[in-house]
Ligand binder design. Structure first.
Ligand code: ACO
Length: 149
């Protein structure tokens, strides 16, 4: 695994991260709205209460969150009651892209997935991100379908 560049560190998302630019980081990905700190902490607590299910990794640089990613652990009846990891919301701040942060986040989520007993991890992405996820060890195994409500 390539090390993080100097000054960058990776750790789990914390309940007091609201003012460190977590939502700002997510905005490189999609529309986020503008949740308050209370709303952030309510959602954080909800996820924490679903024990061993949501794992958010964040990359910090000079006290700011500049990268994030999430693993959601799905419990199944199939595969001997196996667990499947879902990789969600991988985002790196524009000015820090191409420094290996995304790859580090993916590696961290992979090691969590293995340690909680997932037999695979899957994700959905657009075609422009396919080369990145191939570098992370994923391969294209089908088509994504969705319905929006
Ligand atoms: N095309 C080709 N190669 C790429 C691309 C790309 N678009 N992006 C990264 N790579 C390669 C890099 O060159 C590097 O290869 P190398 O090790 O041979 O040099 C390797 O992938 C790792 O790159 P990182 O520097 O770790 O990637 P980065 O930190 O820039 O993160 C990411 C990649 C997360 C896609 C970032 O560009 C980003 O935040 N984009 C906008 C948000 C987004 O699209 N997120 C993914 C949504 S899908 C999902 O979340 C499941």
């Amino acid at each position: 695994t390539a090390a993080l560049p100097d000054g960058f560190s990776i750790r789990p998302l914390a309940r007091d991260d609201y003012h460190k630019g977590f939502y700002e980081c997510l905005r490189v990905l999609t529309w986020v709205a503008d949740p308050t700190e209370v709303e952030f902490q309510a959602r954080f607590d909800e996820m924490a209460a679903a024990k061993d299910t949501y794992f958010f990794a964040v990359v910090e640089f000079r006290g700011r969150i500049v990268g994030t990613g999430c693993l959601v652990v799905e419990r199944k009846f199939i595969h001997n009651h196996g667990k499947c990891g879902h990789i969600e919301e991988i985002a790196v701040a524009k000015e820090h892209q191409g420094k290996g942060l995304g790859l580090n986040i993916m590696r961290a989520l992979e090691s969590v997935a293995v340690s909680v007993g997932c037999y695979k991890s899957i994700l959905n992405c657009g075609p422009r991100n396919e080369p990145f996820y191939e570098k992370c060890g994923f391969h294209n195994s089908g088509i994504e379908m969705s319905v929006y409500f």
